[in-house]
Design a protein around this ligand. Sequence first.
Ligand code: GLN
Length: 274
Amino acid sequence: MTIENLLFFAKGHIHSDHAKILLAENLSKNPLELLNCLNEEVPQDIVELYKKEVLALEAGQPLQYVIGNVNFYGNHFLVDKNVLIPRFETEELVENTINYIKEHFTEPVDIIDLGCGSGVIGLTLEQKLSPKSVDLIDISPQALTVCHQNCGLLNSKATLIESDMFAKVEKKYDVIISNPPYIKTTEDIEPIVKNNEPSLALYAGEDGLDCYRKIIKDLPNHMKDRCLVAFEIGNTQASAIKQLITSTLTNVIVEVKKDLSGRDRMLFIFKNLK
Ligand code: GLN
């Protein structure tokens, strides 16, 4: 079968943009290149795999799981149904955190990523900053298996710990970062997310704040004297999370930041930094 035949096959099943991205990925080409080589014969094993993947997409699976990897902040990360698919907002959280670390710390930092999932946050910080240490924490052993593979791909020296947030952690850190689950259990979310991504990575109790509560109560034991905490948050949660922080920590500065679409999506705590 040729590239043209396969794109034609996909036409009856999925959006043509997805069809091109998927085929390009399988042939290690750029999607735009495909149209210049429509008559190229595709090896039989790729034909079969492609057809299976087209049907998986048609059945409602997310493209990222079907392809099996995503680009996050310039690196490829493996993803499967055991980990959340990283979102653009999380790249913004990482970008802002990198800038704050560069601004406020001169020595290499100790970093912890709570609820690391595939490891995108902690591993990106490791790539960009050469920190002193990176600890990647998740409650899900299946997620940690994916994270471990990503560590291998990136030659990471990070330490993986199976733990419910800080439960099995003793150290103190310069930088504590998390994109925890923060969706209310009663909230209606897109079916493609609800039906495919791990509910453990999405939901956090009736008000969506359970994980922030869990993290914030333990912050006093894990923040070094000078410390930056960075959270991704739901766009309506800023004031409730601020309250949790001010009732637990004294002498810190809290800053809420908007994402590119103007919604409150990041919260930073500065201890002895500003
Ligand atoms: N830290 C991972 C990410 O940002 C996983 C987050 C989660 O599972 N809630 O993609």
